[in-house]
Write a protein that binds this ligand. Structure first.
Ligand SMILES: O=C(O)c1cccc(C(=O)CC[C@H]2O[C@@H](n3cnc4c(=O)[nH]cnc43)[C@H](O)[C@@H]2O)c1
Length: 219
């Protein structure tokens, strides 16, 4: 962790989250105002709003090459029901899973249409990530899955571990400016037939904030 201390002292990190609620303990810990863009000597925070469009707009306004690392934090759904709720996942590959065209019973990703790619990898982080993290790939969606037929289809197509509404947009922005992205998602729910009562958002946010405070203070 001494190496981390060195990197964190010279690096500027942009922390990206969709909502204040997902980072509320972090805001309290560092005594930060609940605004949408906060600057501190070591890291800045941008609250984008939920979804890819809000994330792209927000990063378009705030991201620049003064940042050495983008840290995307949030809660997520999980396709693997053996993963406990509240588990932290380092999501290293992200796919815009809806980006493409239907061709009757099959799906053509935009790469097949000749319009670029829909899957993005994170660069190897320049620092060691603390804690017990699973590693896996994620899909980013406009519509949260809640129907078992469409869940089976998307699992067969991409074999994702997590589902969020922002991850791939952050990876895209990082790749455009050649800035490494670390995405940490805390599992709040399973991707299943909609069952909102079973979501553990409080637990997921508590674990996410503990991890983020640890990472940013480098204890
Ligand atoms: O009530 C709902 O159906 C609902 C659906 C999606 C998100 C929420 C939130 O309250 C949090 C917004 C935030 O959560 C991420 N998230 C969490 N679980 C999932 C999921 O299963 N699929 C996609 N996104 C998820 C997402 O990144 C949002 O930013 C409520």
């Amino acid at each position: 962790m001494l190496q981390n201390l060195f990197y964190l002292s010279i690096m500027k990190t942009l922390v990206v989250a969709a909502t204040h609620a997902e980072l509320h303990r972090l805001f309290a810990h560092f005594e930060l105002p609940e605004e949408n863009f906060i600057q501190t000597p070591v890291f800045d925070i941008v609250i984008t709003g939920v979804g890819m469009t809000a994330t792209a707009f927000s990063l378009g306004r705030t991201l620049n090459n003064s940042y050495d690392l983008i840290l995307n934090l949030g809660i997520a759904g999980c396709f693997d029901y053996s993963v406990p709720l509240g588990q932290l996942v380092h999501v290293t590959t992200e796919t815009f899973s809806e980006l493409g065209a239907e061709d009757r019973d099959s799906f053509l990703p935009i790469a097949d249409l000749g319009f670029g790619k829909s899957t993005y990898q994170s660069a190897t982080p320049p620092i060691t990530l603390p804690g017990h993290l699973l590693t896996g790939s994620g899909i980013t969606v406009n519509t949260v899955h809640g129907n078992m037929d469409s869940i089976r289809q998307i699992e067969q197509r991409f074999h994702p571990l997590t589902e969020s509404m922002e991850g791939a947009a952050v990876f895209y922005a990082g790749e455009q400016l050649n800035i490494p992205v670390v995405q940490i998602r805390s599992i709040s729910n399973y991707v299943e037939a909609r069952n909102r009562e079973s979501w553990k958002i409080g637990l997921a946010i508590a674990n996410l904030n503990s991890w983020a405070i640890d990472f940013l203070t480098n204890d």
